[in-house]
Design a protein. Structure first.
Length: 429
């Protein structure tokens, strides 16, 4: 278990149990805990580990042993398989370089006779089935996904109490010991608005469907309105299934058809496009990974005079001249989230206020991954790459610094929503 940290509604877990039932053998769940991961802090690790503690309890209730292994999977799993006489591995899928590397390293370290299977339990249409290549944008992948939704968007069978339990169940995980193993920044506090675990995620889904879904189509780009699902932390850690959410949201089509369609576009098409980009593009977090027109345009304007220049520390501390940008950064630092519309404005201003596109992209990714609960995610990388490097977009009117990258400004935001109201709510002190 790696990216999809839940028991029910998990195709990888279901497939593994199906094999175990067929062979009449025990089923084991392992999570390999690394001491650090990219810029993740205790904010993200705390949310993840509390969710995993819930997974452990649910596994034990199903007579399925759960093991938290400390270290890299490629080092932990082979000796674990040998000591427990386990004959095969099923894992979930992640398109980022680091998880893909541990999968490849694990496969190399496994005995040749041990079968290995990877299941995409995160996307509705599996990434390599949706498209066999890097897609240019939403318009090129949308029809491919929709043509296959009927096949893959089905109800889940339940994970059942496993009849072939091992002779001895493991002791419960010492989560305090696991916490002490971490080597992460503990100054970025955990947040209170998002409670870990599938039950909390499903309650958020229920509140979205009952209270906010009807406004999603019309008001989701207004940071002052309560129109978003707020599900991204549970999506990121795989604590709830996007497929379950789509099945649920579709039940409201008669009441909010436009909003249902808009949610499917964002939660399925755009999200799976992000996985496509990270899976097929090895430079998904670098200027090198964008289109030729964007690289050429950014390079032509590399030496343009910037109206302001800010260091990473100044950005992190919300010390810019722009009260809207400062408010968005404050929301990010305090709440572990930033409104989706403002994420675009936020990243584009970083391009405008730093020395180079490379610096802008590095700073945006650093801040996103450090503070956002849903950082270190294909959606985050693609969001930064879209805003700064123009991926999944087209060339626009040429201007200073941005070149042909789509431009956003303060006055444009004022036309879309009440900027002073948002600034008052998140005024930086």
């Amino acid at each position: 278990m790696s990216r999809d940290q839940r028991t029910q509604d998990n195709w990888a877990f279901l497939y593994a149990q199906r094999l175990a039932l067929k062979l009449k053998v025990p089923l084991y769940v392992c999570f390999c805990l690394r001491p650090q991961f990219l810029e993740a802090t205790i904010r993200q690790f705390g949310f993840m580990m509390k969710g995993l503690a819930i997974v452990e309890k649910e596994c034990r209730d199903l007579d399925i042993p759960f093991y938290l292994l400390l270290g890299e999977a490629s080092h932990c799993i082979p000796p674990f398989l040998k000591s427990h006489n386990i004959g095969g591995v099923v894992t979930d899928f992640a398109p980022l370089r680091t998880p893909m590397k541990w999968v490849e390293d694990l496969k190399k370290n496994l005995p040749k006779e041990i079968p290995f299977c990877q299941v995409d339990a995160h996307n509705i249409v599996p990434c390599w089935v949706a498209s066999p290549k890097l897609e240019y944008g939403a318009r090129t992948i949308r029809s491919k996904i929709h043509k296959q939704l009927d096949e893959f968007l089905t109800e889940f069978p339940p994970l059942v109490k496993h009849p072939h339990s091992p002779e001895k169940m493991p002791e419960e995980t010492d989560w305090e010991k696991a916490d002490s193993y971490l080597e992460v920044n503990r100054k970025v506090a955990e947040v209170s608005w998002a409670k870990p675990g599938a039950e909390s995620g499903l309650r958020m889904l229920e509140s979205f469907c009952e209270k906010r879904l009807k406004y999603f189509s019309s008001d989701r780009n207004d940071p002052n309105k309560q129109a978003l699902s707020n599900l991204s932390p549970w999506f990121h850690f795989g604590q709830i299934s996007v497929q379950r959410c789509i099945l649920t949201v579709k039940l409201y089509r008669s009441k909010s058809n436009d909003s249902v369609n808009a949610f499917i576009e964002e939660a399925v098409v755009r999200r799976e496009l992000a996985d496509n980009f990270c899976f097929y593009n090895p430079h998904y977090d670098a200027v090198q990974g964008t289109n030729d027109w964007a690289k050429k345009s950014l390079d032509l304007h590399r030496k343009d005079k910037r109206p302001y220049l800010y260091s990473r520390d100044q950005l992190e501390q919300s010390k810019t001249h722009d009260d809207l940008w400062n408010a968005a950064q404050t929301q990010l630092v305090n709440e572990g989230k930033m409104h989706g519309f403002l994420r675009m404005y936020w990243a584009k201003k970083i391009l405008e206020w730093t020395k180079s596109p490379e610096d802008a992209l590095a700073d945006a990714i650093y801040l996103n991954d450090k503070y956002n609960l849903d950082g270190r995610d294909p959606n985050g990388y693609v969001g930064c790459m879209w805003s700064i490097c123009g991926i999944h977009d087209q060339g626009w009117a040429e201007r200073e610094v941005f070149g042909k990258i789509r431009y956003m400004n303060y006055q444009g935001c004022k036309r879309k929503f009440d900027v002073p109201a948002f600034v008052r709510k998140y005024k930086h002190t």
